[in-house]
Design a protein around this ligand. Structure first.
Ligand code: ADP
Ligand code: MG
Length: 231
């Protein structure tokens, strides 16, 4: 048997943020269209405003550790997105930063810690439960799937593939839900039949991370477990 420790570098975190910013830009109209159906038609505009600022900020963060990068992104999002999603994404990134203080690279356990801390922050801040038709319905199954996969000694890449698959399923399941939180809840039963905009951007965030892992040639550092290396 071989044990693997997959390392995600600081450069890959910067790359992820840039890929996510580009995904948001490319999906700006789509996210806004989703929010037009059950909200106030600004989710794409809000997210793109925030992540354009992040994109400009990224070159100033190249010498920072991962926690400092995540914290700086959080501050930018809180000050520029507004709406419900500004504080929620701001909290996600702030909590994520506190989960990996001082780190220049991340193991699979660190990534799990980020995902768990970010979700917990969103839950505390927004008070949404599973089934309320929010980003929690996407983030929560993704965290569970990632945790389960690494618990089964899956590689980071495969664990993230499973997390993104769970996020996609969670996102699809938001469509028949009756919104209980945020502006969509004002619609009551008329919120049924529409995919959640914030869940959609949360899915894009995870998918962007997976894209960076899939593109990478350097993520894998294979550490044979000495005891079992002949297995
Ligand atoms: P606003 O609703 O203020 O216009 P956005 O349109 O940018 O903000 O974001 C809406 C998204 O925010 C929703 O689709 C939902 O996923 C998320 N959201 C709203 N309220 C909450 C909450 N209390 N907890 C978690 N997510 C929420
Ligand atoms: Mg809105």
């Amino acid at each position: 048997m071989t044990n693997y420790i997959d390392i995600v570098s600081q450069a890959q975190i910067l790359e992820w943020l840039q890929v996510f910013a580009t995904e948001i830009e490319q999906n700006k109209a789509y996210l806004t269209e989703l929010d037009a159906a059950i909200g106030d038609a600004d989710h794409g505009i809000n997210m793109d405003r925030g992540f354009k600022k992040v994109s400009i900020q990224l070159p100033t963060l190249t010498d920072k550790d991962i926690s400092s990068i995540l914290k700086a992104v959080s501050m930018t999002l809180i000050s520029s997105i507004g709406g419900a999603s500004g504080p929620l994404y701001g909290t996600w990134f702030l909590r994520a930063s506190t989960a990996v203080v001082g780190k220049q690279q991340l193991t699979e356990q660190d990534i799990l810690a980020i995902l768990q801390a970010g979700l917990e922050g969103v839950r505390q801040r927004g008070k949404a439960q599973l089934g309320d038709k929010t980003m929690v319905d996407v983030l929560s199954p993704a965290v569970a799937a990632f945790g389960q996969a690494i618990g089964e000694s899956k590689r980071t890449l495969q664990a993230m593939q499973q997390a993104v698959a769970a996020a996609q399923k969670g996102l699809q399941e938001t469509t028949p839900m009756h919104a209980k939180k945020g502006r969509a809840s004002y619609l009551g039963e008329r919120s049924i039949g529409h995919q959640d905009p914030g869940g959609t951007s949360a899915y894009l965030m995870l998918k962007s991370f997976l894209a960076v892992l899939e593109n990478s040639k350097s993520i894998i550092s294979q550490i044979p477990n000495e005891k079992n290396c002949l297995d």
